[in-house]
Design a protein around this ligand. Structure first.
Ligand SMILES: [Zn+2]
Length: 253
């Protein structure tokens, strides 16, 4: 008889829920700037617009079983969709591994919000206020519930995260006479500060900067015409640094 420990059940539940949430996030991001409703409309093939059968909507597994192509028109299933599903699944699994129980729910909630923000920033250069505010509020609630840093550290983290990047943004604008940072970036770092506490902010900024440099170096080696004048999705780098940071903070796990 299969004997699953409670920890294994948390990990499996996190992964399953993650794949489902990833599917929702991917659909929401694909349709962000179109009129197609996210929830009411069933998903269609991007090639032939055929309505997908329920079994074709099973995250990850259905796309893999169909070898990432539509059954009828053989158009490739967008890899971004499966990538986001896989990332959300991984976030659920890792949250369960790092901290079984209610801490896992909090960690996965943080990770899924960051994933949605990173994907929106990369795809549309957008960090919607509703999502950055949601990140800050859930972070404060988690800390009050004992699932994060001490509430005072969370509050200072929110203010310091927002304030530091806002100051950088304003100083850059005064010196260079143009925008260097998006308006959403300070709000995102504020939200991250609420979740991780002010103590984590220097590491998040350092990690995001190193990630941005590494990706710029890769882009430059592939495309010599790549210039740093192009806008960088700083928010995505902050978000991609913050979840691994949550995993490594022992107090959270
Ligand atoms: Zn098709």
């Amino acid at each position: 008889m299969l004997n699953l420990s409670p920890d294994m059940i948390w990990i499996a539940a996190g992964g399953l829920l993650g794949a489902l949430i990833g599917s929702f996030i991917a659909t929401a991001i694909e349709r962000w700037r179109t009129v197609r409703p996210i929830i009411l409309d069933r998903s269609r093939c991007d090639g032939c617009a055929r309505r997908l059968e329920p079994f074709e909507l099973v995250p990850l597994l259905s796309a893999a079983a169909l070898r990432f192509r539509c059954r009828t028109c053989h158009a490739p299933i967008k890899s971004i969709h499966s990538l986001i599903e896989a990332a959300a699944c991984l976030i659920g699994l890792l949250a369960g591994v790092a901290a079984p129980g209610v801490h896992a729910i909090a960690g996965a909630l943080l990770g899924w919000q960051l994933l949605a923000l990173a994907a929106l920033d990369i795809r549309h250069f957008l960090l919607p206020n509703a999502l950055t505010a949601g990140l800050a509020i859930t972070g404060l609630v988690a800390s009050i519930a004992g699932l994060g840093p001490a509430p005072i550290d969370s509050l200072i983290g929110g203010l310091a995260g927002f304030g530091s990047l806002w100051a950088v943004k304003e100083i850059y604008r005064l010196i260079r006479g143009r925008e260097g940072l998006g308006g959403g970036d300070p709000k995102l770092l504020g939200g991250i500060g609420c979740w991780l506490g002010w103590q984590a902010l220097p590491y998040i900024l350092l990690g995001a900067s190193l990630l941005a440099l590494a990706i710029a170096a890769i882009c430059l080696s592939r495309d010599p015409a790549f210039t740093t004048e192009r806008p960088l999705p700083l928010g995505a780098y902050l978000a991609l640094t913050a979840f691994p940071a949550w995993l490594t903070i022992p107090a959270m796990g």
